[in-house]
Design a protein around this ligand. Structure first.
Ligand code: CAA
Length: 241
């Protein structure tokens, strides 16, 4: 029987590629989005994937949104915590709001989505939690104290929760994409982006589909012995051990 997968921020960028790749593998896919209804409608029209609107920073909204999906599609067995935002600024210019917006979405959001699903996964003795972290959570990034802290937090979350899930058949892993050709990276000033690409040994930005293939592998039954891992996919830009 097909497993149900839930991808946060699953209608755009890396998340859209993940939703499509999991659907192609036979999963029943549900994708959440926070605000862009127009993009979500186009996404559903193109892919047939159902979308659900709520803010992952809101714990109560996560509980009721997940309940709606599970009532409609069945228990969620694969959770991909992909939703993320940037609010870049050098630290001396960073506001408390820029800090907390990023922490609430990129770190609290991972708790808020995983926590309501955890007991069900434990009872069924199967689960896949895949957290989309970032190269910048591994190496740090100028003008991203907020984002780097949240994304590093996602890696710590992954390593700790993996230990709790292991005996219950639940794997918890992180993927650290490098700079991928998405709207988020295209929003970086062109001059800055050129310097970034110059630092990538393969000589190009990554493709969202290249990250989606990592997710498909970690979600599969074949990946059951991999847990607490950080899978780095960054074109050689940062070689984390
Ligand atoms: N290292 C050292 N110094 C740097 C630097 C760096 N990487 N980047 C910029 N600077 C310096 C500039 O040269 C400038 O110095 P001067 O004042 O001496 O000229 C100073 O820092 C910045 O001054 P600005 O007034 O230009 O700063 P700003 O307030 O306008 O901010 C910025 C500009 C937000 C830093 C902009 O340059 C930027 O967006 N940089 C890219 C940050 C980045 O890589 N974000 C990643 C987004 S993609 C993503 O996050 C996805 C993922 O997971 C990979």
């Amino acid at each position: 029987m097909s497993r149900v997968a839930l991808i946060t921020g699953g209608t755009r960028g890396i998340g859209a590629a993940i939703s499509k790749a999991l659907k192609a593998e036979g999963y029943i896919v549900s994708a959440t989005f926070a605000g862009n209804e127009e993009k979500a409608a186009i996404f559903t029209a193109e892919t047939g994937i159902e979308t659900f609107k709520w803010d992952v920073a809101d714990y109560d909204a996560c509980i009721s949104g997940i309940e709606e999906i599970e009532n409609k599609l069945g228990p969620v067995e694969v959770l991909v915590n992909n939703a993320g935002i940037t609010r870049d600024a050098p630290f001396h210019k960073m506001s408390q709001k820029q800090w907390s917006d990023v922490m609430r979405t990129n770190l609290d959001g991972v708790f808020n989505m995983t926590h309501p699903l955890w007991n069900g996964m434990r009872q069924r003795k199967f689960g896949r939690v895949i957290n989309i972290s970032s190269i910048n959570g591994q190496k740090g990034q100028f003008a991203q104290v907020n984002y780097s802290a949240a994304k590093a937090g996602d890696i710590g979350f992954t390593k700790a929760l993996a230990q709790e899930g292991a005996r219950a058949g639940i794997t918890v892993n992180a993927i650290c994409p490098g700079y991928i050709s998405t709207e988020m990276v295209m929003a970086v000033p062109e001059k800055v982006r050129e310097t970034i690409v110059a630092q990538i040994p393969v000589g190009r930005l990554g493709e969202a589909a290249e990250i989606a293939r990592c997710v498909v592998f970690l979600a599969s039954d074949d990946a059951g012995f991999i847990t607490g891992a950080t899978l780095t996919a960054n074109g050689g830009q940062y070689m984390a051990s």
